[in-house]
Design a protein around this ligand. Structure first.
Ligand code: ATP
Ligand code: MG
Length: 561
């Protein structure tokens, strides 16, 4: 795999820690909660964590942060492992779960109590919120803050044994209710949850909170650099406080970086889950979703996503990346890899009246002009073809150079043809057929007299063509920031783009395309990059458009300002 060439402040820190001898080896981790599918933002974190481990000869753990049994599911665990591997990274034997440490985390809870650093609080969840204060007002001490060590131990042990109902007691760290940092106002570190955990079943009914479990899991695994997104900056004092109170041998350094934000989509798993559960998309892997499984189904390659993560870099302040940058990375990679084919999405029949009815020919076509080693193929040609409806105009305006009555154009890899007649439906006036003459001397696409044409059209032979369904995608939201009006009470779902999916179900494809398998990439000449969808049937493949050939979106934006 390519080594990242981009330096960043985190790589600088690691380099320094290695050369100063602070660490012999860098150990990082990617810690997803299995409560949804991974998205492109997670890819940034994966590329960073696994990337530095790879480039500095260290290791990176995959750790499931499975401390919320009600929201987590083995389906998510499977999809996460699959997506990380697909992106090209390998955790080797270093697969861990916060739930692996439940015993140890409980022991540490007892230890905090014994050291006078934690207490069982019996306020209701609402009361705990009220006592916490606000950004401008300090909190108030819980009336249970001064319980005796013995009472705390007994209550915490009884919590573990399942003797209490949910919400009746929690274990809290005893820090400072008047701290300007709300995270330090005696945060809850264990709560009672009576739910089936996907790994530990009902053996536990108390669960550690994220802040408590995360730093200790990092420490148990001897992580050297705990890289997380910026919203955890205010949690860092708590991360350090917990490790400082306990007899741990490893105190990892938390370093925050800006999370990836992309326009025209949403990235929070809660919001992505709503898109799925409320039926706005078909599934987590709907090709419009910013999930890794959606991008994969859309036709993104792991290389294109890694390249994207490299291009956006890693910085300390938040910004919003334009979706067209992601598409640029898809084009750049697929241009090198995708074999070219011809397919007609909005067909109209073109009949070559001077071409013999029972004849057909096999014409040679280049598979990829960017890569000679991909060779050539034979494409069947005959008297009746399909071309794109858009490539013909009966009364063309000045700048339209494609087919029109009396005009000559090139059929790619075939012949020059001249339009001599248009046949219309008598009742509706719709164009039914375009009749042309061909010049046999132009076989292969060049005229012996060097006469020129202004356009080259793609086509498929009607008799040989296969049928296909083609799905064209646009941005899922019509607003760059779909959540911008949430404060005004306007749900992000109001800004769904109603035209994000267009299904064309009577497209024609050259025969060679029928041999592709789900997941295979190709370019339809002049139309874009496409990928075979798993919905394909043997007699009717389905293609997803990954990206157009050029960035029509950026051009439109430039024009309209
Ligand atoms: P979400 O808000 O989408 O639910 P999360 O942060 O709760 O995301 P986790 O499963 O906890 O999801 O994330 C695992 C790791 O991925 C965390 O270390 C988190 O910082 C990182 N991560 C999540 N979203 C992004 C993002 N948009 N950009 C960069 N890193 C991210
Ligand atoms: Mg999270």
């Amino acid at each position: 795999m390519e080594i990242s060439t981009q330096s960043n402040f985190i790589r600088d820190i690691i380099e320094k820690d290695l050369s100063s001898g602070k660490h012999d080896q860098v150990v990082t981790r990617f810690p997803p909660e299995p409560n949804g599918y991974l998205h492109i933002g997670h890819a940034k974190s994966i590329c960073l964590n696994f990337g530095v481990a790879r480039d500095f000869g260290g290791r990176c753990h995959l750790r499931f942060d499975d401390t919320n049994p009600r929201k987590e599911d083995p389906e998510y665990v499977r999809s996460i492992m699959n997506d990380v591997r697909w992106l090209g990274f390998d955790w080797g034997e270093h697969l861990y779960h916060a739930s692996d440490y439940f015993d140890q985390l409980y022991e540490y809870g007892l230890e905090l109590i014994k050291r006078g650093k934690a207490y069982v609080c019996s306020l209701s969840p609402q009361e705990i919120r009220q006592y916490r204060g606000t950004l401008t007002e300090p909190g108030k001490n819980s009336p249970f803050r001064d319980r005796s060590l013995d009472e705390n131990l007994k209550l915490f042990q009884a919590m573990k044994k399942g003797q209490f109902d949910e919400g009746t007691h929690v274990l809290r760290a005893k820090i400072d209710m008047s701290s300007p940092n709300i995270n330090l106002r005696d945060p809850v570190i264990f709560r009672i949850v009576n739910a089936d955990h996907h790994r530990t079943g009902y053996s536990w009914c108390i669960y550690p909170t994220y802040d408590y479990a995360h730093c200790l899991s990092d420490s148990i695994e001897e992580i050297t650099h705990s890289l997380c997104s910026l919203e955890f900056q205010d949690h860092r004092p708590l991360y350090d406080w917990i490790l400082d109170q306990l007899p741990v041998s490893c105190h990892p350094r938390q370093i925050e970086f800006a999370r990836l934000n992309l326009n025209y989509t949403v990235m929070s798993k809660r919001k992505l889950a709503r898109l799925v559960s409320e039926g706005h998309v078909r599934s987590w892997d709907d090709p419009r979703m910013p999930t890794l499984s959606g991008l994969r189904r859309r036709g993104y390659t792991p290389e294109s996503i890694r390249r994207f993560c490299d291009l956006i870099g890693v910085a300390k302040s938040d910004n919003i990346v334009d979706m067209s940058m992601l598409e640029y990375c898809a084009r750049e990679d697929l241009n090198k890899k995708a074999p070219r084919f011809m397919a007609v999405l909005n067909p109209v029949k073109l009949i070559i009246t001077n071409y013999p009815e029972d004849m057909d020919e096999e014409l040679e076509a280049i598979n990829n002009p960017e890569d000679e080693s991909m060779g050539t193929r034979k494409v069947p040609f005959s008297r009746e073809l399909y071309i794109e409806f858009d490539d013909f105009m009966e009364n063309p305006p000045k700048k339209f150079f494609r087919l029109a009555p009396g005009r000559e154009v090139r059929l790619r890899y075939a012949y020059f043809v001249t339009c001599e007649k248009v046949v219309k439906d008598q009742a509706t006036g719709d164009i039914r057929e375009i009749h042309c003459n061909y010049d046999p001397a132009t076989k292969g696409g060049d005229a012996p007299d060097n006469r020129r044409v202004k356009a080259t059209l793609h086509w498929v032979s009607a008799r040989h063509a296969g049928k296909a369904e083609v799905r064209l995608y646009d941005r899922l939201f019509s607003r760059a920031n779909p959540t911008e009006d949430e404060k005004k009470g306007i749900d992000f779902l109001e800004y769904i783009n109603p035209d994000s999916l267009k299904v064309l179900d009577s497209c024609f494809i050259e025969p060679g395309l029928a041999d592709l398998c789900p997941g295979d990439h190709c370019q339809f000449e002049r139309l874009g990059y496409f990928c075979v969808d798993p919905d394909s049937q043997p007699d009717k493949p389905v293609f997803n458009r990954t990206a157009t050939l050029r960035d029509a979106w950026a051009r439109i934006q430039k024009k309209t300002g």
